[in-house]
Design a protein around this ligand. Structure first.
Ligand code: C2G
Length: 437
């Protein structure tokens, strides 16, 4: 009996998929079809898959060509499958030609001609709503959203606004964005979603105008220096029935949810200490302390909650610039220390010490792919990780895209209470600092 295997995502099942399965079956006597699992797709950066795994399997099954359907769950599984199912030939479309030649050590490799004129990508473009994103930006670096948005169904960063023409030209050249605007209202008209990615003091105004124009907004936190202003923006988003979402990539990355699960689920016992450090040396960005502080306070509030008894802080300044700040939160049963360095460098790290273990996230933890779990009495360090390229922006956009397709503006991806608390803390520091000046 000649056994054949083929693989695919089989999203939005179409004639091309049908044809390849038919020909794969005709190639032998017994056909095994591997359908990609959701984690596997996410890991290989394919975030635009629409149908659930169950639907995709069902569609393959309905063709009647598959004798056995399996789920492809990890990189390298193809080799294990060929051996396990005693496969004679591996069949796949010629869009993959040459890519699987290394498998010819294990079985016969067959690339069949792809059906022309149809693809899942094309169906997605025709079927789903398209969202044009416009960026408000006053610096050219750090705009990975342009690349990452392309990986999510229907999202494209098409427009950029700045009041500085030099920035507009450089931006267009570097990221290949279609339209540049020096008139914000004109960009609002041409965009469905606005990403406010500019100096802290300017954000409130741009966000407010976008919400009033009925546009969805993504913004770098903090949106403002006062919780009253943030509340006003939240109300405005509800009145206009549009999304107001913070750019906090971390909470959209899979590995952070694993960490939360462990910490909140008591898997490291009672939490005694939460330490978080963040630094970035960029004197060109004024108020960087508030931006970094906002990023660092979110994991603290998520893990420790907001029921601290009191907090205090110390800042070290160079002129108007906060070069280093240390915030100290005393909780009923533990303590959290947040160190933020601007021109003073601190090692980026999160360390959570519990009665039953310690969790450590090293390096740029806000876009981290891994964390370590140290358990008392064991010299083994368990590593939890996830694989992705880029800085994780695509996961945030994917969550936003889900909210849009489910017609929800009040998703669990939006952390209103935490955002307000963070602005309150930063506002307090800002006021105290000025009072003491
Ligand atoms: N295909 C085809 N004609 C098309 C479109 C797709 O013959 N017009 C074939 C592909 O060549 C592939 C199969 O249909 O053999 C499944 O395609 P996808 O669902 O796009 O799968 P893909 O994401 O390419 O995954 O491990 C996963 C596999 O490597 C392939």
């Amino acid at each position: 009996m000649k056994k054949i295997i083929t693989y695919g995502t089989f999203d939005l099942f179409h004639k091309g998929h049908y044809n390849i399965l038919k020909r794969a079956k005709e190639y032998g006597d017994y056909l095994v079809v591997g359908v990609t699992g959701e984690n596997y797709d996410v890991g290989r950066g394919k975030l635009n898959v629409h149908d659930s795994l169950a639907t995709r399997i069902e569609n393959v099954q309905k063709t009647g060509f598959a004798d056995e359907i399996i789920v492809e769950e990890y990189l390298g599984q193809k080799i294990d499958d060929i051996i396990k199912y005693d496969i004679d030939s591996f069949v796949i479309g010629d869009d993959w030609v040459g890519k699987f030649d290394h498998l010819s050590k294990y079985c016969n490799m067959v690339y069949l001609e792809r059906t022309k004129g149809i693809s899942s990508t094309q169906i997605r473009e025709e079927t789903f709503d398209q969202y044009d994103v416009g960026i408000v930006c006053d610096f050219v670096d750090d705009n990975q959203i342009v690349k990452e948005a392309k990986l999510v169904n229907g999202f494209e960063v098409k427009n950029v606004y700045s009041d500085d023409n030099k920035i507009l030209n450089e931006f267009k050249e570097r990221y290949g964005v279609k339209n540049t605007f020096d008139d914000y209202d004109a960009m609002l008209e041409e965009s469905d979603i606005i990403y406010v990615h500019c100096a802290t003091v300017e954000r409130f105004n741009y966000i407010q105008r976008a919400l009033k124009a009925g546009k969805h907004v993504l913004y770098d936190p903090p949106a403002a220096f006062s919780s009253d202003k943030l509340m006003k923006l939240m109300e405005l988003s509800k009145e206009n029935n549009v999304i107001l979402m913070e750019n906090t990539k971390m909470v959209h990355i899979y590995v952070f949810n694993q960490l939360l699960w462990m910490a909140q689920g008591g898997l490291i016992g009672d939490i005694l200490s939460f330490n978080c450090s963040i630094s970035k040396n960029d004197i060109t960005r004024s108020n960087l302390f508030y931006d970094l502080g906002a990023i660092a306070l979110l994991p603290m509030l998520k893990i420790m909650g907001d029921n601290y008894d009191h907090f205090d802080f110390q800042v070290s300044k160079d002129g108007d610039n906060i070069e280093f700040a240390s915030m100290n939160f005393v909780y009923p049963k533990g303590r959290a220390i947040i160190n933020v360095g601007n021109t003073v460098r601190v090692d980026n790290q999160i360390e959570i010490i519990g009665t039953g273990g310690t969790i450590r996230m090293r390096g740029d933890w806000w876009r981290s792919k891994s964390f370590e779990l140290h358990t008392p009495g064991s010299s083994d360090v368990q590593l939890f990780n996830t694989n992705f390229e880029g800085n994780g922006f695509k996961y945030l956009i994917r969550d936003m895209s889900r909210m849009l397709s489910n017609n929800r503006i009040d998703s669990k991806s939006i952390f209103e209470e935490e955002s307000l608390k963070i602005v309150e803390i930063l506002e307090y520091i800002r006021k105290e600092r000025y009072n003491n000046d």
